[in-house]
Each structure stands twice: as structure tokens, then as C-alpha cells.
Ligand binder design. Structure first.
Ligand code: PEP
Ligand code: MG
Length: 325
């Protein structure tokens, strides 16, 4: 039975009317790559690079980072591997950095903001990534982007690291796509402008929901307010996908909503190009998708756009999915 499931995992994944859906895996360490492959991931939609920094007493050196990225790229062959640059701060502490405690860490010096404040942290990681680029199909993704200046800064630093490496005689792949996490409402609202300056989007619903609804994603006391189905969140997702397509770039999703059975038909209807989820959710997504018709999904998305509460949205999505089971 396990073998049958594994064979199933290797087949292409299409809707009933033949639209191919890209299913990628989210991983938190290089060691999880194999599991993602066994579960049928056709790429890595999110490699969280924080593992290199967490629970350690020193900052990982370039060489150590290079080895880690290279191992994932090699294992994935030609398939895309989207490595997200450092996303610490917020709730993720790094003892080796000795950062000051902040009153609102999720609104503080997190991710790309921290990298701008501690530039060496960023350039070490970028150098390691660029060196590893020759090993596979590397994509670089910047987290917590809230303004165009941040994106421009990050891209400029990547350009500088590239030139430096070339001067040192180190080979770097010519074209490395660079994209952003869309996980802050300001970025979703300005999606078109961002799309003009990067190669891909990946929507991070875990944070997008937290920041849109002002609900701490880890606080049980308000967890009933945290919802994938809130119409405001859905509208931002829609803007983001439309903004990307307006400028001809693909839009994926690596937040938990991408692996939610009820969300999948809606996301197909909205035109999402790539779904990235924890490997454990991939098989379920593979079971659902072949039962869906993409035109029907588009009609569903239109219908959902008119709804005003999360409860109504969830009910409609639930009803649709039940019809398909
Ligand atoms: C997200 O915010 O949706 C996301 C994928 O990133 P993380 O959960 O690591 O913040
Ligand atoms: Mg996030």
C-alpha cells in the first residue's frame, strides 16, 4: 500500500479538465528533502534557512551554509528550490546574535529588517547561496518585505556579492530568479509595483493573516479570530495573484493555507500557480485536485468574492468540497 502511494506521488497532478498544478514542499532542514521527494514534491517552494542559526552559540560560516544549500539543490536536480533568506527575530530567537528583547517582536527587527541592520549576516548567506547556485535550480526569496526599498536593497546586495565572487574567480549561475514573500498587507496592496521588480511571489498566509487581522498567530486566546477564510485576507490574496499576472510573473503560496483542502479549489480558481506545503499534506492535495474542474473553481472564486464573513466563506467552500468527495 505504501508503494502504491509512493507511485501515485510521482505522477503529474492535474485537475479533471487537465490543468497541471505545481505541488512543492516546504522544508525546514536539508534532511527533510528526501521526504518531500518521496511525498511527490516537484520542487521546494520554501526552504526555511533559520535552522542554520537556531539553537546554536555561533553564527554559521559561509562554507557550512554552502554545504547545506548545495545538498538540497543537488538532491532536487533541475527542480526549483526556493531558499528563503534569514527570517529570524519575531518569535525565533538566536542566542548567538545577542539581540535586545523587543516589546513587539513581530512588528520589530525581524527577517529582512534584521539583515539590513546586520549586513554581514546577509552577505554571508548570499555568498553561500550564490556559490551553491551551480548545483541546481536555485531561487532566492526575501521574507517580510514591506516596501520597495527593501526589495531594491536586497537585490543590490545580491548583485554586489555576485560581482565580488566573480572577482574571486568563483563561478555563479547566470540567471537566478529572485522573489519575495508576500506576507505583509502593504505588499499585497502594492502587488503590481512589486511584481515589476521581482521574478516571482510566494504568499505567506501565516503572517499575512496575522498582520491583516491583527491576530497573533501563536496566541491561543485569540485563535478563533485567526482564519484562512476572512474576506479581507482573501481579497489580499486575490490582489497579489492578479498583480503578479498583470506583470507576467508567477505567484505561489507557501503559507499553511496552500495545504488546506477547502482552500485548494478557491486558490485554483484565483489562478495560483504553485502550491507549497509541508510534505505530509501533499498526498491529500493530490487526492483532491484531480476531482476539481478549474472552470468550476473560477466560478467558485467569483462567488466567494461577494461574501462578507469568514463563516459564510468557509461554509461555501466546505459545501463545494463535500460535493466532490
Ligand atoms: C508564512 O508566513 O506564511 C510563512 C510561510 O512563513 P513562516 O511561517 O516561516 O513565517
Ligand atoms: Mg512568514
Amino acid at each position: 500500500r505504501k508503494e502504491k502511494r509512493q507511485r501515485l506521488a510521482q505522477l503529474p497532478c492535474r485537475t479533471a479538465d487537465g490543468r497541471e498544478i505545481k505541488l512543492y514542499g516546504n522544508i525546514g532542514t536539508p534532511g527533510e528533502t528526501e521526504r518531500a521527494l518521496i511525498c511527490g514534491a516537484k520542487g521546494i517552494g520554501l526552504l526555511r534557512s533559520e535552522f542554520l542559526y537556531l539553537s546554536r552559540d555561533r553564527i554559521p560560516r559561509e562554507e557550512e551554509q554552502y554545504q547545506a544549500y548545495a545538498s538540497v539543490l543537488e538532491a532536487m536536480g533541475d527542480a526549483p528550490v526556493i531558499v528563503r533568506t534569514l527570517d529570524i527575530g519575531g518569535d525565533k530567537e538566536v542566542p548567538a546574535l545577542g539581540l535586545e528583547k523587543e516589546e513587539n517582536p513581530f512588528l520589530g527587527l525581524r527577517a529582512i529588517r534584521l539583515c539590513r541592520a546586520e549586513e554581514e549576516l546577509f552577505t554571508t548567506q548570499i555568498r553561500a547561496l550564490l556559490r551553491a547556485s551551480e548545483k541546481g535550480n536555485l531561487h532566492i526569496m526575501f521574507p517580510m518585505i514591506s516596501s520597495l526599498e527593501e526589495l531594491r536593497w536586497a537585490k543590490e546586495r545580491v548583485g554586489q556579492c555576485r560581482e565580488q565572487l566573480i572577482r574571486e574567480g568563483i563561478a555563479v549561475k547566470n540567471k537566478i530568479p529572485m522573489g519575495i514573500m508576500v506576507e505583509i498587507p502593504s505588499t499585497a496592496v502594492l502587488a503590481e509595483a512589486f511584481a515589476e521588480e521581482c521574478d516571482f511571489f510566494s504568499i505567506g498566509t501565516n503572517d499575512l493573516i496575522q498582520y491583516t487581522l491583527a491576530v497573533d498567530r501563536g496566541n491561543d486566546k485569540v485563535s478563533q479570530l485567526y482564519s484562512f477564510y476572512h474576506p479581507s485576507v482573501l481579497r489580499l490574496i486575490r490582489y497579489t495573484i492578479e498583480g503578479a499576472h498583470e506583470k507576467g510573473i508567477p505567484c505561489g503560496m507557501c503559507g499553511e493555507a496552500a495545504g488546506d483542502k477547502k482552500m485548494i479549489p478557491l486558490l485554483i480558481g484565483l489562478g495560483l500557480d504553485e502550491f507549497s506545503m509541508s510534505p505530509g499534506s501533499l498526498l491529500e492535495a493530490r487526492e483532491v485536485i484531480p476531482r476539481l474542474d478549474s472552470r468550476e473553481c473560477r466560478a467558485l472564486a467569483e462567488q466567494i468574492t461577494g461574501l462578507k464573513t469568514a463563516a459564510e466563506t468557509e461554509q461555501l467552500l466546505d459545501g463545494y468540497l463535500k460535493k466532490k468527495e
